[in-house]
Ligand binder design. Sequence first.
Ligand code: KG4
Ligand code: ZN
Length: 345
Amino acid sequence: MKVLGIESSCDETACAIVEDGKRIISNVVATQIPFHQIYKGVVPEIASRKHAEWILPVVRQALSEAKMTLSEVDAIAATNRPGLMGSLLVGLTFGKTLAWSCNKPFLAVNHMLGHMYAAHLENDISYPYLGLLVSGGHSIIAKVNGFDDLEILGTTIDDSVGEAFDKVAKYYDLGYPGGVIIDGLAKKGDSHAYSFPVPKLDKGDHRYDVSFSGLKTAVIHQSQMFLNKGFEPSVENLAASFQETACRTLVGRLMRAVEDTGLKTVVAGGGVAANSRLRAMLAEHTDLNCIFPPLKLCGDNGAMIAGVAYHFLKRGDRSGWNTTACARIPQFKRGLANLEAFGRR
Ligand code: KG4
Ligand code: ZN
């Protein structure tokens, strides 16, 4: 079965065609980065307008690269949450309209399920495993029992890890988006140059939770040290030290989950899964089977949406024409019904 997947939750207008939830036939990602760069962050109004402008050409290009017509597609899927409301509505409404007009099944897909699925597009991975979902909006450690069955073990109590990368980069005027820039600068820096705090969060409920707000503040305060103590500022050292601490925070919590659950397979997903230090740090754990999506599937793309939708489709699920978008998914907390968080039908 061939599914056309649309993704428009943030600043990429994307469409892909995937066969049987595995084989990527085409995968088009039109990035809006140059339009947001001058503002050093995503401007929601610009994002929605660009999606509205690009969605049709992007879908057409995905079909043309696949050498397919719409009639050869078995179902249409689109992200409906979480994300920027205006952006989500463009892709969702486009997807529903397309499906309705050609009488195809429509599937709405949770963006985070998409990120968790990305590694499955190129790999046969069996459940259960530990999922590390790290993006601009989320930082989640979960026990993953199936494509739409995530038991949340831990999450961030404040900023997401991607947000911390972006905010540090913005403060030091390193460029946008911050993650990939810091990753690049860090390669030339000394990760021991500055010492930043790893959050404790050791008490009961927070065993697998992470926090990045304190780290972000400490990195920002470092600029005062440069001024007050006459330190030679080095953005490379700063980037390396920050990145090292952020990755250590994530990996430390993940290892607790490994010990407690006995699960030896770890699958990462989301934009921050592209981070080279995170990949290297996990690779040091040779007793684990750590699986990362290829770089092109870490960021937002339509293939991960089509991949998840295939499994809904196979199970007989369909989304109604009244399916709406949702900017947020309920705060992830251990014990909170996944049904609610992930929209299992
Ligand atoms: O998954 P994604 O494309 O969008 C969301 O769903 O949020 O993730 C975007 C986030 C941004 O915060 C970006 O700075 C971060 O992923 N990112 C990285 C890297 N590449 C992208 N963070 C660290 N290292 C990278 N190489
Ligand atoms: Zn994303």
